[in-house]
Design a protein around this ligand. Structure first.
Ligand SMILES: *Cc1c(COP(=O)(O)O)cnc(C)c1O
Length: 410
């Protein structure tokens, strides 16, 4: 281990960085500054009692996604909870989720007193495997939460087919997938509900925030009510019909989002083109295999550009060290999740604080080999803001990888 880190040319050892450019995020100008300032000066900061910027953005986002309704909320975790509760889940119901995702895809299920059932991902796409979903269905299964990981669409044809055959709800976790498409349809608009995050790192952001989209009148009415302390549209201010909470966003967030949305399509196209170019460049690099995309992927938004790393082709250099070296070379990159979600203490220790989750729920023996391998040895991430660079930047990313591969080993 000591020996392979000796190469003084590597940036990690004080050598010259391959990539010196900064990749800023978020991207904004005076348009955003003026829009927020105008709201501040108006004194109409809140929602829904004053001002209409929140409803305006919801209409814009619904139209952008080709959905009938959109409902904003405080983040992309609460949005999953709104969707689950509106879908009618009951304590003890099983919800099928992937293990290679952010924690709240599964912890939102716990918060609804339901049982997350982890099924493995596909080795070529790192998205939930439809065959594994079908194998995990029991009479208690109520819903599936496919995550369009990194902005790459799940196999929605197969997933919707399974859902229809078993009478299950599909909640798309599209937190990585603003503007991405499956067969020409915007992600989030295919299942019963689509859920998005506007947290700082996401491809559309207002610092914090979230949204759900749906075509279903009843799901809309329930999510709208849950978001607004159980009030119903047309009801009295102090009449509360459903549980819910105050999950509303502010007018400042809404105007930021309206302005950021204008930039989204161009940014998504740029990332998609850079991703295709990087795929092409990496074809010639031994030991690096980008995830696959087929013709169903009409638009990939590369919230994360993921490739599989083969340490054998890098002189046995462990993935974590490779990722550190790559980041030191100036490529905004990361080793990704350290372990699949079921290995988190939350699940291993069953710190659920929900008495309704059955004792039989047990994660000590869960093992999804593809997700394990992705975490332990294979997956390396390049982050979305880097994918907004120029073609030359993609070439430099490859140059940095080759520099590490060619390093002096002793
Ligand atoms: C970011 C993220 C969320 C949660 O969004 P927040 O707005 O941070 O609560 C949910 N699912 C996935 C896959 C995410 O990456």
């Amino acid at each position: 281990m000591k020996a392979i880190e000796m190469d003084q040319n590597l940036a990690i050892n004080g050598g010259t960085k391959t990539v010196t450019k900064a990749f800023p995020w978020p991207i904004y100008d005076e348009q955003e500054v003026d829009a927020v300032a105008e709201i501040v000066r108006s004194g109409k900061w809140g929602n829904p009692d004053c001002g209409d910027q929140v409803a305006k953005f919801e209409n814009e986002f619904a139209a952008y996604c080709g959905s009938k309704y959109a409902i904003t909320c405080v983040n992309g975790s609460v949005s999953l909870r709104l969707a689950l509760i509106a879908c009618g889940v009951k304590p003890g119901d099983e919800i099928i989720v992937p293990p290679y995702t952010f924690i709240t895809t599964a912890s939102s299920v716990i918060e609804c007193n339901c049982v997350p059932v982890f099924v493995d991902i596909d080795p070529d796409t790192y998205n939930i495997s439809p065959a594994a979903i079908e194998a995990a269905i029991t009479p208690r299964t109520k819903a599936i939460i496919p995550v369009h990981f990194g902005g790459l669409a799940c196999d929605m044809g197969a997933i919707m087919d399974i859902a229809n055959r078993y009478g299950l709800k599909v909640i798309e976790d599209a937190a990585h997938a603003h503007g991405a498409e499956y067969k020409g349809k915007k992600l989030g608009s295919i299942g019963h509900v689509g859920s998005f995050s506007f947290q700082s790192s996401k491809n559309l952001t207002s610092g914090e925030g979230g949204i759900v989209i749906t075509d279903d009148d009843e799901l809309y009415a329930m999510m709208h009510s849950l978001r607004n302390v159980g009030r119903i549209e047309g009801g009295q201010w102090y009449d509360h019909y459903n549980p819910g909470c105050n999950y509303r966003i502010t007018q400042m967030q809404a105007v930021l989002l309206s302005n950021q949305l204008k930039r989204l399509e161009g940014q998504t196209r740029r990332r998609n083109e850079n991703g295709l170019y990087l795929n092409q460049l990496l074809e010639t690099v031994d030991g690096i295999t980008p995830l696959q995309r087929d013709e169903s992927i009409t638009m990939h938004c590369y919230h994360i550009y993921i490739f599989k790393y083969d340490s054998a082709k890098f002189g046995g250099l462990p993935k974590d060290t490779f990722a550190e070296m790559l980041a030191a070379e100036g490529v905004p990159s990361f080793k990704g999740y350290p372990h699949p979600l079921y290995r988190q203490p939350l699940f291993q220790n069953k710190n659920f604080m929900c008495y309704a989750i059955p004792e039989t729920a047990d994660y000590s023996e869960v093992n999804c080999p593809v997700a394990e391998q992705a975490c332990n040895t294979d997956a390396v991430w390049i982050l979305q803001h880097a994918m907004l660079g120029e073609k030359e930047d993609m070439e430099l990313f490859v140059k940095a990888i080759l520099k590490i591969q060619a390093r002096e080993k002793d």
